[in-house]
Design a protein around this ligand. Structure first.
Ligand code: ATP
Ligand code: MG
Length: 430
């Protein structure tokens, strides 16, 4: 949900599903319990809320947090964790947080980790699940990646539910992006069809910060921090050559938040290309003509391009294992087009292209992201123990919230060109 869609009338259904009424007392002794009636408003501006309140229809999210009554009996409970999709800083922090919260706060019997994404929950898993204990998750927050491994590619929901039953799993924690949530929603539907008491709880993992209904996601801040270093190198390289161009490709398949935020975090950027703002390469006002103009004025330039900005240039027609469209590599494409354009005009140019994407994805989370991961994990555990299902933990208006998985499937948070973020980029570039 972006600033614009906060104001639309077509919000997804925000009601949370429950496996049943929780009847046991929570073992937590010092918690500030919350209840389902405490809600977080979707809107935060008075001018947006006033007309809605008059109609008693101000949309809101269920608040996250420990419930006084829980649904599952911890002493008989086995929980599973799975990580899917691309790597993102903080995955191990979340695995650790969920594991330790379950074992220490709720004293559940057993936590297992499924290996290599949804493949690990299928009957043809590459590897068996592993036990997650305080020992196995010790110090994993200091290393990047995921100790469980990840994968893309579909698995049968019926087969995965069979495997959850075989492993006695009653709460499945899925850590992934919109694809993972689509898969988790299918698993939850299969569970409902069979009337099983198994909960599916999501923790949003998207380095691009593009999950709908969550203002922020873990790993994003770390990514911006490392993207800033790459831009700094590109700027140094650009200044080191007469007519030097430093070109940096950043993550952002569909949403340009990393590129825009890194541009503001390092105001040496002159051109920022994102998927949400169409641009022309050629023509009098096109990107290449503006780059020539900038080079003639300053003798160096820094260009940041989000990977998805390549959608305006050409179609590859190819898809990855999970069905995501593969866009042309905007970095190589731009490097070649810049060289050709300058050569046609007999202007010497030196282009240095930096692609830090895989280096950024695999670093450990920074302090702020680690803190966020711990809290996401704790709130996911509270939600699962209370018997909530088919939902994920999000963050909205300074609160952790519950959002149905279905609300994030097929929708994406996009950078709004009218937002303060993009207006800030326009003001600092060129
Ligand atoms: P990333 O941000 O890295 O893309 P993601 O969770 O979207 O994260 P995907 O590779 O798209 O990563 O999907 C992860 C898993 O979810 C894969 O196993 C994939 O098959 C499954 N999945 C993706 N899309 C769907 C869908 N529409 N329905 C059911 N399962 C899906
Ligand atoms: Mg995806």
């Amino acid at each position: 949900m972006d600033a614009a869609s906060k104001h639309e009338n077509h919000l997804p259904d925000l009601a949370i599903t429950s496996l049943g009424a929780p009847s046991a007392d929570s073992p937590l002794t010092e918690a500030r319990f919350v209840n389902d009636e405490e809600r977080v408003l979707v809107h935060s501006r008075l001018s947006d809320i006033e007309p809605l309140i008059k109609n008693s229809s101000a949309p809101s999210f269920e608040i996250a947090g420990p419930r006084r009554k829980i649904f599952f009996d911890p002493k008989d409970l086995t929980c599973g964790i799975v990580t899917c999709g691309g790597l993102c800083p903080g995955l191990n922090d979340v695995i650790r947080s969920v594991t330790l919260s379950l074992l220490w706060q709720y004293k559940v019997k057993r936590v297992i980790g499924f290996r290599y994404g949804y493949n690990g929950i299928s009957s043809n898993a590459y590897e068996d699940p592993i036990e997650l204990t305080p020992d196995t998750v010790s110090a994993i927050q200091h290393i990047g990646g995921t100790i469980l491994g990840s994968s893309r590619g579909p698995q049968s929901p019926a087969d995965m539910v069979d495997q959850l039953i075989a492993n006695n799993v009653r709460i499945l924690y899925i850590i992934g992006g919109d694809g993972t949530f689509a898969g988790g929603h299918d698993i939850a539907n299969e569970i409902t069809k069979r009337q099983l008491p198994i909960s599916v709880i999501g923790i949003p993992k998207t380095i691009d910060n593009d999950i709908y209904c969550s203002e922020k996601t873990f790993g994003f801040g770390t990514a911006v921090e490392h993207a800033r270093s790459a831009i700094h190198s590109a700027h140094t390289e650009a200044r080191g050559a007469w007519n030097g161009v430093g070109l940096v490709k950043l993550m952002g398949r569909d949403s340009g938040f990393i590129a825009a935020s890194a541009t503001l975090a390092n105001s040496d950027v002159n051109f920022c290309l994102v998927p949400e703002v169409p641009f022309e390469l050629d023509g009098r006002d096109g990107f290449l003509a503006r780059l020539v103009d900038r080079i003639n004025r300053k003798r160096h330039a820094v260009v940041v391009a989000a990977e998805g900005a390549g959608r305006y240039l050409e179609k590859t027609g190819r898809k990855d294992a999970s069905g995501n469209e593969i866009y042309p590599d905007i970095g190589f494409f731009l490097k070649e087009r810049i060289r050709r354009h300058f050569s046609e005009q007999n202007i010497p140019v030196t282009v240095k292209y930096i692609d830090p994407s895989y280096m950024i994805r695999s670093v450990p989370a920074n302090a702020a992201d680690s803190q966020f991961c711990i809290q996401l994990g704790q709130n996911a555990v509270h939600a699962g123990m209370a018997g909530k299902t088919d939902m994920f933990v999000a963050y909205w208006n300074n609160h952790f919230t519950h959002v149905p998985l279905a609300a994030a499937v097929g929708r994406r948070k996009k950078l709004d060109p009218a937002s303060e973020l993009w207006q800030g980029v326009i003001a600092t570039t060129d």
